[in-house]
Design a protein around this ligand. Sequence first.
Ligand code: ATP
Ligand code: MG
Length: 443
Amino acid sequence: MARIETPRRVRGTQDIFGDEQRRFARVVAAFEHVRRLYCFQQVQVPVFEATNVFARSMGETSDVVSKEMYTFPDRGDELLTLRPEFTAGICRAYITEGWQQYAPLKLTTHGPLFRYERPQKGRYRQFHQIDAEIIGAAEPQADVELLTMADQLLKELGIAEGVTLQLNTLGDAETREAWRAALVAHFEAHRGELSEDSLTRLEKNPMRILDSKDPRDRPIADSAPDIDAYLTDEARAFFEAVASGLDAAGVAWTRNARLVRGLDYYRHTAFEFVTDRLGAQGTVLAGGRYDGLIGNLGGPDTPGVGWAAGIERLGMLLEAPEFEAPSVVIVVEDDDLLTQGQRILAELRRRGLATEIVASGSVKKRFDKAIKLNATAALAINANLIEDGECAKLRLRNTRSGWVLGGEQQLAIAEAIFELFDVNGQKQDLAYGREIGLRLKIA
Ligand code: ATP
Ligand code: MG
């Protein structure tokens, strides 16, 4: 028989499980928590769009559009692209779905994105982002709100230490023109030292050279003129309002006067949260103001500002999240009592307690397994007890090694279990922690 070739995981994709999945879930849960605190609405947009949604909004010369997109004709010969970012799709929806009526709109989303990149630690071809946008608000207050939200997210995740908010302004159109001209003059003077990619950028989008990761470009980029000398009064006032808003909200930041964003439509505020804990993939969260984007897509001139963060990169910074232990583990000591166990299992779960059951292997193995599950309470169901007119024995624990009483969490679990059994008289003992095991009778 011909050997069947085992299918492989596609390069740059991930199967996320175990510790990685717990990190992933932790990031998404913290984001959801912060979303509520900042009163953003959730939105879902398609995983694929007509290619020109990204080509027109991100710019043909951007790295993403020119070399990283997954683009293919579908069976109807429509040219489609798997989304490489969220902003373009959200702005497309804002225009096509008539969301202007809700402006200003504060939105969040999260999910998979696709970029054909060279896979390495923290860089994948299918990766995941959390994303926050405010569309239809031109005031610097919107920028401050988004940055404060990002800062709070990092604090809630316990990873703010060692992550720095680098802030810059790209000014308004007039500022950008003047700065761009100064950059071109500087790069022209160093033409001979630039990488091939940057020579192309010099023709098409010279500001991108500042963003280059090529070591040949770095010294030239780092000695380039910064934007300050070219800021119009209006652009300067906008930046100062963002800066003072951040100070008022207690958000620490540093100025990086040469920070640019890789995409064409950014104006005014541009920022990155950067760490040195992830090697070359040090940007964990990035964004800025994109007042030109919706106009570029053919919509009405609409201001916007937003950020996105790689879920995997944030996850890598976390302390390893603990395995989610059940509240209760039921140990069925005799196989004859399985249905009793199942009945109690279903009932406890209906009452909102995370419950697991152990009902196979030797009795010793069952208890070993129960201990490994690290549940807060164990409920042992045993035939001898039933003969005594009882049903189960409850043990409460708060250490790995033993079953002990006490603690609020245990009392709450005990309350729910007591409701199931007739043990009103024993509650008092439990509260004072006098009993270690309780015999329970079904009510
Ligand atoms: P980089 O300079 O690292 O390529 P970028 O400018 O392309 O980043 P953005 O488009 O701003 O990144 O995306 C925002 C965030 O999404 C990044 O800061 C990073 O956390 C994450 N991210 C971007 N590309 C990838 C990828 N290929 N794999 C994993 N995470 C990514
Ligand atoms: Mg990139």
